[in-house]
Design a protein around this ligand. Structure first.
Ligand code: E4P
Length: 225
């Protein structure tokens, strides 16, 4: 399962890349707006840091297919071929995905709330479909169940599109989809910070260090022996 950061803050991206095995970064217009900076300036900085091969997902803004295609060309030209253009799963979006597929530009079907949207994105040639787990939960449905249904639909129809689940509120939701074998998840820094967040784990490591220090002296580790 690919693991991506859903954020555009360079400080957070650097911090999480340093710690975890991260495969890339996803953004959306709201995430970019939070930076208060020129979007291309931010996105080029992210691309420069993660490298030209890593996944970067950037959303098209236009509401009609022709405009989405133009946005997609501009995005890929500025940020490289490893950039997935996020296209909203609306009727004009499916048209854009079909056109972009022909042109070899990779897309991620976004704003996915229903399995039907994901199915249509896959049939239209999207590389990923991104169900919004938390937002679906907030509407009174079960976001994890929807993501699993989408995974099943892709498998049973032999569609090579992958689920890139998004909009998480906790690490358990991420783990649940990891167990189910979805293609990827993208999580905000606050959710990633809860991946390993258990006092018992910290306490176990503290005891090991203290026991060793009794033997070797305070602040001494294997490298200093
Ligand atoms: C990703 O594709 C979405 O834009 C994003 O994860 C939405 O997350 P949110 O519901 O936390 O805003």
């Amino acid at each position: 399962m690919r693991l991506l950061i859903d954020d555009a803050d360079m400080g957070e991206i650097r911090r999480l890349y340093d710690l975890y095995p991260i495969d890339g970064v996803t953004t959306n217009p709201s995430i970019l707006a939070k930076t208060g900076r020129n979007p291309y300036e931010v996105l080029k900085e992210i691309r420069g840091f993660i490298g030209k091969e890593a996944d970067l997902h950037v959303q098209a803004i236009a509401r009609d297919a022709e405009g989405m295609v133009k946005d997609a060309y501009a995005i890929v030209q500025a940020l490289g071929e490893a950039t997935f253009v996020k296209i909203p799963c609306i009727p004009q979006g499916f048209k854009a995905m079909k056109l972009l597929k022909k042109d070899g530009i990779r897309t991620t079907g976004t704003a996915v709330y229903t399995p039907m949207q994901a199915y249509l994105a896959a049939k239209s040639g999207a590389s990923y479909a991104a169900p919004y787990i938390n937002r679906i939960d907030d509407m009174g449905y079960d976001g994890i169940h929807v993501a699993k249904e989408i995974q099943d639909i892709f498998e049973v129809n032999k569609l090579d599109t992958m689920v890139l689940a998004a909009s998480f509120k906790n690490s358990q939701q991420v783990l649940e989809l990891c167990k189910y074998g979805v293609g990827g998840v993208t999580a905000a820094p606050a959710v990633m910070d809860k991946f390993v967040n258990n006092a018992a784990i910290t306490a176990a490591v503290d005891v090991f260090v203290k026991d060793f220090e009794k033997l070797a002296g305070e602040g001494v580790s294997m490298a200093e022996l």
